[in-house]
Design a protein around this ligand. Structure first.
Ligand code: 13P
Length: 255
């Protein structure tokens, strides 16, 4: 990790998995194993219906609870949506925004990501903003263009003082759920590009912003990724669903 000012952040994105009972079983194991973890910020992102129960079970522990999405209005006639203040009310402190599954399966555009990011910031939730190219875009040499455009779209109108709270997650779409992790060098290259773009947009505060890598992170590849200078954490899907593998990831051996 490049910078001691950036506390590593590792979050399990459970996606559409786990009933309340299953979620509680998992976080009870995490809670028992990770109470002493202070040098890594740890979080879990359950489905909306499990957030309140999970947050209650994790009260007084260092493990944070994240939403997987939020709407940009606080309240009103928006059937089916969940707002940032409602997430906070349920006990969440973080929220994932613009995950590639939201973008690709549900047609979420950069403008919506920007509004959701602003809603998270005004509510005091830590936003985790996801960016990443598809395989086709990578093969066409469009990785930096795509990621840069997603960052510009997400961060439009965000001032430097607010930007410091934002976590960026670089998740190459071709590495999500495929078992195909980006190599350490491939990930670092994009992370360095992201930090450069952040520097252009918000100046020196970019050095304090955490950039997570996501896409087939496992116990056996996390340490190598985390050793890269601009990789400050992980957003973990499949391997966050069992206590054993998520605990191993959180306790990655620093190199
Ligand atoms: P996997 O770890 O299952 O590849 O998922 C990554 C992801 O999408 C996390 O948000």
């Amino acid at each position: 990790m490049g910078n001691a000012a950036r506390k590593p952040i590792i979050v399990g994105n459970w996606k559409l998995q786990k009933t309340i009972a299953q979620a509680l079983e998992l976080v009870t194991e995490l809670k028992n194993a990770l109470t002493q973890v202070r040098d890594v910020e740890v979080g879990v992102a359950p489905v909306f219906t499990a957030i309140a129960s999970v947050a209650k079970r994790l009260e007084g522990t260092p493990i944070a609870v994240a939403g997987q999405d939020c709407y940009w209005e606080d309240a009103g006639a928006f059937t089916g949506e969940v707002s940032a203040p409602m997430l906070k009310d349920a006990g969440a402190s973080h929220v994932i925004i613009g995950h590639s599954e939201r973008r690709h399966l549900f047609g979420e555009l950069d403008a919506a990501v920007n509004l959701k990011l602003k809603a998270a910031l005004r509510t005091g939730l830590v936003p985790i903003v996801c960016v990443g190219e598809t395989e086709k875009e990578r093969d066409a040499g469009e990785t930096m263009g795509r990621v840069g455009a997603q960052l510009d779209g997400a961060l439009a109108g965000i001032e430097a003082d607010a930007a410091g709270k934002i976590v960026i997650a670089y998740e190459p779409v071709w590495a999500i759920g495929t078992g195909r992790t980006a190599t350490n060098a491939q990930a670092q290259e994009v992370h360095a590009f992201i930090r450069g773009r952040l520097r252009e947009r918000v100046g020196a505060v970019a050095e304090t912003m955490r950039i997570q890598y996501g896409g087939s992170v496992k116990p056996d590849n996390v340490a190598g990724l985390m050793a890269e200078p601009d990789i400050d954490g992980a957003l973990v899907g499949g391997a966050s669903l069992t206590a054993d593998s998520f605990i191993k990831i959180v306790r990655f051996k620093r190199t």
